[in-house]
Design a protein around this ligand. Structure first.
Ligand code: SF4
Length: 302
């Protein structure tokens, strides 16, 4: 059994590997601005998962140019995906979103837009805008689901019920955009079986792609407090690699695996320390996946 890696998908879609440039559009999120709460999700660093994004004070064009410069040695094609990564990237009036998305999509080196958001931040006018953008260049929408289990969702302060996720996937598929779902493996209190239930659910939900992310305990988060208080443990590397291999087996063969590790900044990482050694992690993943006889198309860049 094979799985469909991001590299493979990029090759099939664009004819070559295309790199993401992470952008900061100056957003906040309803879990931080007081709409739903002020503390944020329990695992979320103050950067709103945008540690690698450009600087919000720069225009989108400047962020793209700076991102290109950083990738200069890697990129041969000159094509990039504009990744609106930091905080909730549909959480603003549609006119402001239009300005930002149009600036990115009209850049000649941008081949697609990828927009990270929450299922409860997709009102009708935003969906119409995303559909419109998708007719110009491909649009991916990345939804932070993390878990299907309400008990955990409450603990992490996700702030929306599972039914909203299902509704969002349906609406996004109706406008023809690619849906990618973020799931966190190793959330406190969840068994391996429960994690697999989440992954299987995403596989059947109509989404096109998935990001499997290891739980990172980051400095300054409320999760760090619970970790230091001994309320949960983080996964060992082999345990994580085996779980990823099991999760992949639960997914439809054409579902794109966008990520198999976390992408937290090393600087603020409290645990697990092994996750900072990307080479070792990739080797463990390769071994676990091959042992389960799922031959990857390629492992590079996951
Ligand atoms: S993870 Fe996303 S939704 Fe949660 S607090 Fe951070 S930016 Fe907001």
């Amino acid at each position: 059994m094979k799985y469909y890696s991001l590299n493979n998908y990029l090759q099939d879609t664009f004819g070559e590997k295309v790199y993401k440039i992470a952008l900061d559009g100056g957003f906040t999120c309803p879990n931080r601005d007081g709409m739903l709460g002020t503390g944020g999700c329990i695992f979320c660093s103050g950067a709103g998962s945008g540690e690698f994004a450009g600087k919000r004070e720069d225009s989108i064009t400047v962020q793209i140019e700076k991102g290109k410069e950083l990738l200069r040695d890697k990129v041969k094609s000159g094509k990039y995906i504009a990744y609106f990564q930091a905080f909730t990237n549909t959480y603003a009036p549609a006119e402001r979103l239009r300005k930002l998305y149009e600036e990115a999509i009209s850049h000649p080196d941008i081949a697609a837009l990828s927009i990270a958001t929450r299922p409860d931040c997709l009102p009708g006018e935003v969906l119409s805008l995303l559909g419109e953008m998708n007719r110009v260049k491909p649009v991916w929408v990345e939804l932070g689901l993390q878990t299907i289990h309400e008990r955990t969702a409450e603990y992490i302060r996700r702030g929306y019920p599972l039914a909203l996720y299902d509704e969002a996937v349906k609406k996004l598929k109706e406008i023809g955009v690619q849906v990618i779902v973020h799931v966190i493996l190793g959330l406190p209190g969840e068994s391996a079986e429960e994690i697999k239930e989440t992954v299987a659910y995403v596989g059947k939900s109509g989404a096109d792609g998935i990001k499997l992310q290891l739980l990172h305990v980051m400095r300054g988060t409320d999760l760090e407090k619970d970790y230091r208080a001994g309320k949960f443990r983080v996964m060992e590397m082999e345990e994580y690699a085996n779980l990823v291999a099991d999760c992949i087996a639960l997914l439809p063969e054409r579902m794109v695996i966008h990520r198999m590790t976390g992408d937290g900044a090393k600087r603020g990482l409290i645990a697990p320390a092994w996750s900072g050694d990307k080479k070792r992690v990739l080797n463990a993943l390769r071994k676990a996946i091959e042992e389960k006889r799922r031959i990857p198309y390629e492992m590079e860049g996951i």
